[in-house]
Design a protein around this ligand. Structure first.
Ligand SMILES: Cc1cc2nc3c(=O)[nH]c(=O)nc-3n(C[C@H](O)[C@H](O)[C@H](O)COP(=O)(O)OP(=O)(O)OC[C@H]3O[C@@H](n4cnc5c(N)ncnc54)[C@H](O)[C@@H]3O)c2cc1C
Length: 483
C-alpha cells in the first residue's frame, strides 16, 4: 500500500494508478512546502529512506518478509517544537501518512511506515526539562535517550523505574509509545500500570495542529499506542530513588530447583531490579560476562547491596553456586542488563539466526506447564524467564527461544502455550492489540479520533481504529467521521 488522502479530511478509497498519482502529488506538494523551513531537516536519499524505514522486526521471520518492502517517501527531523507542528500541519493538509520514530529498536515494526509517507525522527527533541526535587517527577522531551535520562536522574539521586534492555540506545518517547517493561519490572510492573506516566504534551495531526497538555488519565491512551494517536512532545514520568545495584549470578543443577530458587529470591524481602533465569543451552550461547563457564542453569540478579547476603543465604540453602560480580558498571555495556529481556534473544540470534522467540506470562504453577511444553517441543524450545510483578503480584514471564521451522509449528506452539493457560504477547504481529491482550482499547481509539482525525499517524497499527472505519456502527467505538 502507499499513502494517500484528501486535504478535505476523509481519505478516499482510490486504487491503482489513480491512488499512486494522488500520493506522489501530495508528497511533492508537501516537500515543496517544507523544503525552506529552517526548523526541519529533510532526508530524501535512498540510504536514509531505507535506514529509517526499518526496526528490529527481523527477530520475527513472520514479520521480516511482510515489512521489508515498506519504505518512507521522505524522512524529516524537526529541530524544534514549531518544526513538529509545521510538519503535522503539512501532513494534515496534504493527507500524507506520518510515522514517528525514536531510535527504531522496536521488535514489531512499530516505526515501519506501512503506507509510506513521512517518517519523523524525534532525536533532536531530547532535553530533560525539569526534575521536581521533592517528588522526583521528571519532565522530558521524547527523543532523549534513556541512558542520558537515567544519567541525569542519577546525578540527582534518582533513577528510571523501568528500562528496556536497549536502554542505552532507545528513546524515552519510543519506550512509552512502543515498549512495555523490562529491567525494573520485578519491582515496578509494566509501563501501562497506573503511576508511571503522569502526564504528556501532545501535538495533533490536523491542518491546524493543536499542542495539548494531558493529565495522567488522558495521557494513558497514548501509552503503548505505537504513536498512532498523537505526537508526544513532552512526558512526565515518575522515577525511583537511585540504588547502586549489585550483580549476582547463581548456578543451579536442575531446572526445577532453579525455578524454585528464582521464586524464593523474588518473594524475599530484598530490593531487586532484575531477576532472570536462563536454561543452560541458552547460557552456552551468551557472552561470558555473567560468571565463570558453567554447564548449569543460571540465575542473574541486580540486587540492592543490603540484599546480597540474603541471596547468598538462599543460594546456599539450595546447594547452588553464587558468583558475586560486584557493583554494576553502567558505562560498560557488558552488564547483566545486557543479557536479560530481549537481549537474550539478540545474543542467541547473533550465534544462530535460526532462533526466534515468544513472550508470555506463565500459568501458575509454572513448572508443570514448562515441563509439558519441553516434553513436546524438546530442544526447539529453550527457556528464558524473567521475574515480574503483575498487578502487584510476583509472577514469572517467559521469553523462550524458539527454533524457527515455519509459521505453522510456531502457531502450534502458541496454541499449546495458550491451552496450558499461558497469556501470550505475540511478537509476530503488527497491531497494538494483537501484540497485547488482543482486545481493542476504546480510549486509544477515541484518542486517535481526537488527535489524528484523518487517521494519518502510523496507519495500519491500531486495529480498533481500522475496525471502527470498516464497521461504523460498532458499539463503543467512535467513528472517524463523527465528532
Ligand atoms: C535487543 C532488544 C531488546 C529489547 N528489550 C526490550 C525490553 O526489555 N522491554 C521493552 O519494552 N522493549 C524492549 N525492546 C523493544 C524496544 O527496544 C524498546 O521498546 C524501546 O524502548 C523502543 O524505543 P525506540 O526509541 O527504539 O522506539 P522506536 O522503535 O523508534 O518506536 C517505538 C514506537 O514509539 C513510537 N514513537 C516514537 N516516538 C514517538 C513520539 N514522540 N510520540 C508518539 N509515538 C512515538 C513509534 O512510532 C513506534 O511505534 C527490545 C528490543 C531489542 C531489539
Amino acid at each position: 500500500m502507499v499513502f494517500g488522502g484528501s486535504p478535505e479530511g476523509a481519505r478516499p478509497h482510490l486504487v491503482g494508478a489513480l491512488w499512486l498519482m494522488a500520493s506522489s502529488q501530495s508528497l511533492a506538494a508537501l516537500v515543496a512546502e517544507l523544503a525552506t523551513a529552517h526548523d526541519l531537516e529533510l532526508l530524501q536519499g535512498a540510504a536514509d529512506l531505507h535506514r529509517y524505514s526499518r526496526d528490529s522486526y527481523d527477530y520475527s521471520p513472520i514479520l521480516q518478509p511482510r515489512l521489508a518492502p515498506c519504505r518512507a517517501d521522505l524522512v524529516v527531523r524537526p529541530l524544534t517544537f514549531s518544526g513538529v507542528e509545521r510538519l503535522a500541519a503539512a501532513c494534515g493538509r496534504h493527507g500524507v501518512p506520518l510515522t514517528l520514530r525514536g531510535s527504531g529498536t522496536g521488535n514489531y515494526g512499530q516505526s515501519v511506515p506501512l503506507e509510506g509517507g513521512v517518517v519523523m525522527l524525534c532525536g533532536a527533541l531530547r532535553e530533560v526539562e525539569h526534575l521536581d526535587p521533592s517528588s522526583g517527577v521528571v519532565t522530558v522531551q521524547p527523543g532523549c535517550l534513556m541512558r542520558d535520562l537515567d544519567q541525569h536522574l542519577r546525578a540527582h539521586g534518582r533513577q528510571l523505574r523501568l528500562l528496556p534492555s536497549t536502554w542505552r540506545s532507545a528513546s524515552i518517547g519510543g519506550f512509552v509509545a512502543g515498549g512495555s517493561g523490562g529491567i525494573g519490572s520485578i519491582r515496578w510492573g509494566f509501563l501501562r500500570d497506573p503511576g508511571h506516566l503522569l502526564g504528556a504534551e501532545v501535538v495533533t495531526v490536523e491542518q491546524e495542529p493543536r499542542r495539548l497538555q494531558l493529565d495522567a488519565p488522558e495521557a494513558e491512551a497514548l501509552n503503548h499506542a505505537y504513536g498512532t494517536n498523537g505526537i508526544l512532545t513532552r512526558l512526565q514520568l515518575a522515577t525511583a530513588p537511585a540504588v547502586d545495584w549489585h550483580q549476582i549470578s547463581i548456578d543451579v543443577d536442575t531446572w526445577g530447583a532453579a525455578v524454585a530458587l528464582l521464586q524464593r529470591c523474588c518473594r524475599a524481602a530484598v530490593a531487586l531490579h532484575l531477576a532472570t533465569l536462563l536454561e543452560r543451552s541458552v547460557l552456552e550461547c551468551l557472552p561470558p560476562w555473567s560468571g565463570p563457564e558453567s554447564d548449569r542453569h543460571r540465575l542473574l540478579f541486580l540486587v540492592a547491596p543490603d540484599g546480597v547476603s540474603t541471596l547468598a543465604r538462599l543460594a546456599a540453602a539450595s546447594g547452588a553456586a553464587l558468583h558475586d560480580l560486584g557493583p554494576e558498571d553502567l558505562d560498560g555495556g557488558k552488564g547483566l542488563r545486557e543479557l536479560s529481556w530481549n537481549h537474550t534473544t539478540l545474543h542467541m540470534r547473533s550465534a544462530d539466526v535460526g532462533w526466534t522467540y515468544l513472550q508470555m506470562m506463565l500459568p501458575e504453577p509454572e513448572l508443570p506447564a514448562m515441563e509439558q511444553l519441553k516434553q513436546r517441543w524438546g530442544k526447539a524450545l529453550l527457556w528464558h524467564l524473567e521475574g515480574v510483578r503483575q498487578q502487584g503480584v510476583a509472577r514469572l514471564a517467559a521469553l523462550p527461544l524458539v527454533r524457527w521451522t515455519g509459521a505453522e509449528p510456531l502457531h502450534a506452539l502458541m496454541t499449546d502455550c495458550r491451552e496450558l493457560g499461558a497469556v501470550l504477547f505475540n511478537p509476530h504481529v503488527i497491531t497494538v492489540e494483537d501484540g497485547g491482550l488482543g482486545v481493542v482499547d476504546g480510549d486509544q481509539v477515541a484518542a486517535k479520533q481526537r488527535f489524528d482525525p484523518d487517521g494519518l499517524l502510523n496507519p495500519g497499527k491500531l486495529r480498533g481504529w481500522l475496525e471502527s472505519i470498516s464497521s461504523p456502527g460498532c458499539p463503543g467505538l467512535p467513528h472517524p467521521s463523527r465528532d
